[in-house]
Design a protein. Structure first.
Length: 581
């Protein structure tokens, strides 16, 4: 093996890693909707969680990406540690699919059917189709399909190049001695862990091992410990992703490490005992790429069979090593590692926005309660909910801006823009809820009283605002266009009510039945309630925006009037329902 073989091997390795990266990224984008569906069905059940991790990793071809995603979910408060454990175990098995695909390169035979199965026979065709899809088609999804095909062709070409370049190593005595040394189980395990830790991909390190095995110098006894070590090395990615996260996320990364370390320790001990006592002859035989795929799958399945029933113990171990601090209140955050899978990151943004909406509703309901029964506990609760909406706006706003800058589909881009607008309206509803509390506080501190007529009028306006909040939040939560159309006529009724209440207040001032000081508070109440209605209208407009793929909220609100054939009728019904008579 000369210097040119070494350069060829390095080039093949680079093509292999590059092809695997671009194929994985394209798979993540193309499988966005599938990932959402799978994750939306995630429960705390062990089997379903395991199958979720298995399915997601099989789709995106990366256990590291799945584990980083899970760490991000736990960090964002969207997944419990118990769920994460089962998904992580499934991811370890799902990642073995790559080794089976790569083993196709070692197929040997003279028949036409066998020759057609070899990647060198069909990857040029896949590459040609990929180039056509990527360069000449405008549809984003088809471009992603093109990138998947190009990535696969590139990694298989890199694999083939590596295999050819290292073929000369079979005549190098030092290479033979190296793999004789790796027959020591501990040294082999460490070698696999270090290599995988450096390139942060067990699939890639298995591929490299498969390429080296084509020299005929890699034995079963050397390969199996290396495969075991690769599972430990792949934990590096998750551990790095947990830096700076909350305790839940760090526990998830620790569970990933514990699962692989415990599984490797147990089965490596079994392997060492079998090697020392029974000394099976097969351990000295050369291993084939397909056999490496078998060993990789078998090891991960055995680890899962051993530890899945005892996942509760892994959870207890994580809590033991990273104990809960009762004084520390975990703050909901969005982990930026989720950006590696934009479609999933967007789904988590929508989930957190729904939680933000709940906080805004709770703030409003608490503020209305203070108008009739002012107490410190309710005021503190409203302030807490309003602070939550502020925090949600901060984390979601910055995260969505970063997400929008990525290469995402047009529909995802429109949804990200819609969420950016919606979080501003939810935050403003929380602010106006606080304004209502301040008005109630002023009434309470100064001993001011609203007249019975004013109380009745205020109750009518509050009832209308209650309904518009319920309608707009339901439209947003369920992405329901018809419910969104019902918001605009009610918002118009609220605007009319506000003006009527202003006029009635002026008449009461003229009649001396209301004080000027109370009138200032009354004006603040009307303004806060009317603006809450405006923001609800904007939220409904966001739903209409998404439906029409139009980011102009004002146009959406106008179209809500034009397209809603029942607008006039609905307006009349709301006007009658919230009549002051």
């Amino acid at each position: 093996m000369d210097i040119f073989d070494i350069l060829t091997m390095i080039g093949g390795l680079c093509l292999f890693l590059f092809g695997m990266t671009i194929m994985g990224d394209a798979l993540e984008r193309a499988a966005g909707s599938s990932l959402r569906t799978i994750l939306s069905k995630l429960t705390s059940g062990k089997l379903l969680g395991f199958l979720t991790g298995l399915g997601v990793t099989s789709i995106i071809q990366s256990s590291s990406a799945t584990t980083v995603m899970v760490v991000g979910f736990v960090n964002s408060g969207l997944m419990e540690l118990r769920q994460a454990i089962n998904v992580i175990m499934g991811a370890n098995v799902g990642t073995t699919v790559t080794a089976w695909i790569l083993s196709l390169g070692s197929i040997d035979g003279d028949s036409l059917f066998v020759q057609l199965l070899k990647p060198t026979s069909f990857t040029p065709i896949l590459a040609l189709i990929g180039v056509v899809y990527y360069m000449f088609l405008k549809d984003t999804k088809k471009k992603d399909i093109g990138m998947i095909l190009l990535g696969f062709a590139t990694l298989m070409f890199g694999m083939d190049t590596m295999s050819d370049a290292v073929s000369g190593l079979k005549d190098v005595p030092q290479f033979q001695q190296l793999f004789l040394m790796f027959q020591n189980p501990v040294l082999g395990m460490l070698a696999g862990a270090v290599l995988t830790g450096i390139i942060q991909s067990s699939s890639a390190s298995v591929g490299i091992l498969q390429a080296l095995s084509m020299t005929g110098q890699v034995t079963y006894g050397a390969a199996i410990p290396i495969i075991m070590g690769q599972n430990i090395g792949t934990c590096v990615t998750a551990l790095l992703s947990s830096v700076g996260t909350n305790k839940g996320a760090r526990r998830a990364a620790l569970v990933h490490l514990s699962f692989n370390v415990i599984g490797t320790a147990i089965w490596l001990t079994v392997f060492a005992l079998v090697q020392a006592i029974l000394q099976p002859a097969i351990l000295n035989e050369a291993i084939a790429p397909a056999s490496i795929a078998v060993a990789h799958s078998a090891f991960n399945i055995l680890c899962t069979v051993l530890l899945l029933p005892n996942s509760g113990l892994l959870e207890k171990l994580a809590y033991k090593l990273i104990p809960e601090d009762k004084k520390e209140e975990e703050v909901v955050e969005l982990d930026e590692h989720l950006l590696t899978i934009p479609s999933v990151a967007l789904e988590q943004c929508r989930t957190l926005t729904s939680q933000m909406a709940k906080s805004a509703v709770a703030a409003y309901q608490g503020s209305v309660a203070t108008l009739s029964d002012f107490n410190t506990e309710t005021v503190q609760a409203v302030q807490k909910y309003e602070n939550e909406t502020d925090h949600y706006e901060d984390i979601l706003g910055s995260f969505l801006v970063k997400l929008s800058a990525l290469q995402i589909s047009e529909s995802d881009s429109n949804e990200a823009a819609m969420l950016l607008k919606a979080i501003g309206d939810f935050e403003r509803i929380g602010d106006h809820a606080l304004n209502l509390v301040e008005a109630a506080e002023e009434l309470n501190e100064k001993g001011l009283k609203l007249s019975n007529t004013a109380k009745h009028e205020l109750s009518v306006l509050v009832a209308a605002v209650d309904e518009i909040i319920e309608l707009s939040f339901r439209a947003f939560r369920e992405n329901d266009l018809q419910t969104a159309y019902q918001v605009e006529p009610l918002e118009q009724v609220i605007d009319d009510l506000k003006e009527k209440l202003r006029v009635h207040h002026i008449l009461r001032l003229q009649q001396g039945s209301c004080s000027i000081e109370t009138g200032f508070v009354w004006s603040d109440l009307l303004t806060a309630l009317e603006r809450i209605g405006d923001h609800c209208s904007n939220i409904a407009g966001c739903v209409v925006d998404t439906y029409h793929n139009d980011r102009n909220t004002h146009e959406a609100l106008r179209s809500a009037r034009v397209e809603n054939e029942n607008f006039g009728e609905q307006y009349k019904d709301y006007a009658k329902k919230y009549s002051l008579k």
